[in-house]
Write a protein that binds this ligand. Sequence first.
Ligand SMILES: [Cu+2]
Length: 321
Amino acid sequence: MDTTGTIFLPPGQSTISGEVDALFNFILFASILLFLLVVILSGYFVFRYRRRTVPGTTYGKDHNVKLEIAWTVIPTILIIIVFIWGFRTFLKMRVVPKDAIEIKVTGQKWFWSFDYPEGVNTVNELVVPVDKPVKLLMSSKDVIHSFFVPNFRIKMDVLPNRYSITWFEATSAGEYNLFCTEFCGTGHSEMIGRVKVVSEKEYGEWLEATAIPAEGISPVEYGARLYQSKACITCHSVDGSLNTGPTFYKKFGEQEMMADGSSVKVDENYLRESILNPNARVVAGYAPVMPTYQGILKDREIDALIAFIKSLKEDTTANDE
Ligand SMILES: [Cu+2]
C-alpha cells in the first residue's frame, strides 16, 4: 500500500506501511487534540476562577458527574481502540507469510551483509523482488545493531548470539535507504545500505549473474564489481581522493608507512592480509576501523579484488562507473 508519508517518514512502500501510518496519525492527532483541550481549558479556568478581590466569594459547584464520566469514558475508549488496532497490526508484522523468501542478515562493525538461499552474498545492498514477502533472519557478529528501512516501516534490533526476525513485502520497485539506528557507537550511523526492489524477472537475472560472476568477465572487472558490492567503495577511493581508508589509486608496488613506524611494500600478500586481517598492520594516519572480511569473501573474490587494485596502478578511467 503506497502512502504519501508522514511528517516524519518518507512515502510508505510496503504492504504494512499504510496501516502503520494510519495508526501513527490517529495516535498523533488524538494526542494533539487532547493536549490542546486540556491546556486551553486549564488556561481558561485559571483566568475565569482566579481569586477575586471580594473576600468570602465561593462558587456553588465542586464537581460535575456528567463531565467526570465523559472524561473517563472517552479516553478509555480511545485507548482500547489504540490497543486493538495496534495489536492487530503488530501481529501482522510478526507473523511471516509461509511463501516468504528467506535472507540471512548479518550486522557487524560497520556494515550489513546479506546471504541468499542461492549462495549469493552482498554487502550493504539488499536486492529483493517486488510484491513478494521477504523474511529476514538477522544476527550480529559483535554489538547490537538495528535494522531500519523507513519506506517499509520496519525496524528491528539485530543481536549477537540470538536471531531476530522481521519481514516485509515491497509494493513498488525502486531504491530505498537502509539505516542502522543503534547510535551508541561511532560507526552505526555509517552503516548505510540500500534496498533495491526489482521485478521478479530482474531478481532472477540478478541472482544468476551474481551467483556465477566470473563467467565471461575478467578478474579486474569482477574485482571492480566486488569493490562496489562488498562496500569497499564506502571507505576507499580509486581516484586518489581522501576517505575513511587510504585510496587504492597507484597503491600497488608502493612503499607504505605503518602506524608502528615500520614500512611495507604493497604486494599481493600484503593486500590479502589487509583484507582478511586489517588490524595486523595499520596504515599510518588511519584509524583501525576497517572490518575484517574473513568468512565473507571467498578466495576467488579476494583474488579479483587484488587484480582490481593492481589495475589501478596505471589507469583509473575504466573504473569510474
Ligand atoms: Cu549498527
